[in-house]
Design a protein around this ligand. Structure first.
Ligand code: ADE
Length: 253
């Protein structure tokens, strides 16, 4: 997987790209990330990348020619899929992460939020992606979010394929709770079944706990989740126990 990044703050990416799973993936060579300073593509010696907005008003707008030159210079032989990080984009979720990972070659454009000349979007952007309905000062943190999420999909990055498929959202449900030593913390004991060594029972407990956590914390996900009839019965039971009734909209797989 190859990811190129265009930004006026390349230094923000340095530590991020060295740490944790992303750093290991780069070291292993299964992920290739290069970060380019947009200012390298400015024509003047002040390396100017913005100008005052037509129509007036506050803030500056990033100029189109610099972006166009940069994007085209980085396109190379194989044209990467060009993604602009912007709060106006489609919201990132697990399905979109997998879709982007599947493209194999991404160019991430990090605008500063005051604005980017609209013609950049029109001429060289394939897709606009938002990481949520709030405004950050620029696309750099969203680009890091995207790099980390996408890199988890690259074969060989997460050691146990199983731990990716079990993660929250892949099944449409949240993850089950996790525990490690010591067995008791301030009066709270680890659920006994996890100490039992009975793997089938542990698996059943985890499935139930994931269902229960989703019902409690993110009931909105249940409408989309692929639930087996047994899971649906269990949800109804949990709902009845909580005095909340069954869960509407849950589906069989
Ligand atoms: N740039 C500024 N805010 C953003 C957001 N929420 N998502 C993606 N890019 C952004």
């Amino acid at each position: 997987m190859r990811i190129q990044v265009l930004t006026i703050f390349p230094e923000l990416f340095e530590r991020f790209l060295q740490a944790s799973l992303v750093g290991k993936a780069i070291e292993k060579g299964v992920l290739q990330v290069s970060v380019r300073d947009l200012r390298d593509f400015a024509p003047d010696r002040h390396r100017t990348v913005d100008d005052v907005p037509y129509g007036g008003g506050g803030g500056m707008v990033m100029v189109a020619p610099v972006w166009l030159r940069a994007v085209r210079a980085l396109a190379g032989e194989a044209r990467p899929w060009r993604v602009l990080l912007s709060p106006q984009g489609r919201r990132l979720d697990d399905a979109r992460v997998r879709e982007l990972a599947g493209r194999g070659d991404l160019l991430l454009l990090c605008g500063r939020y005051e604005g980017l000349d609209e013609r950049v979007r029109e001429l060289v952007v394939d897709e606009e992606v938002s990481i949520g309905d709030y405004v950050l000062s620029g696309g750099e943190l969203p680009a890091m979010v995207l790099i980390e999420a996408v890199s988890r999909e690259v074969p060989g990055v997460v050691q146990l394929a199983d731990s990716v498929t079990r993660d929250s959202f892949r099944s449409g449900l949240l993850d089950h709770p996790h525990y490690t030593r010591p067995p008791e913390v301030e009066g709270l004991r680890v659920p006994e079944v996890l100490l039992s060594g009975d793997h089938a029972a542990i698996e059943r407990w985890r499935e139930l706990a994931a269902l229960e956590a989703t019902r409690r914390k993110r009931p909105d996900l249940l409408g989309q989740a692929r639930l087996s009839p047994a899971q649906r019965r269990e949800l109804d039971r949990l709902g009845a126990a909580a005095g909340a009734g069954g869960v509407a909209g849950s589906r069989d797989s």
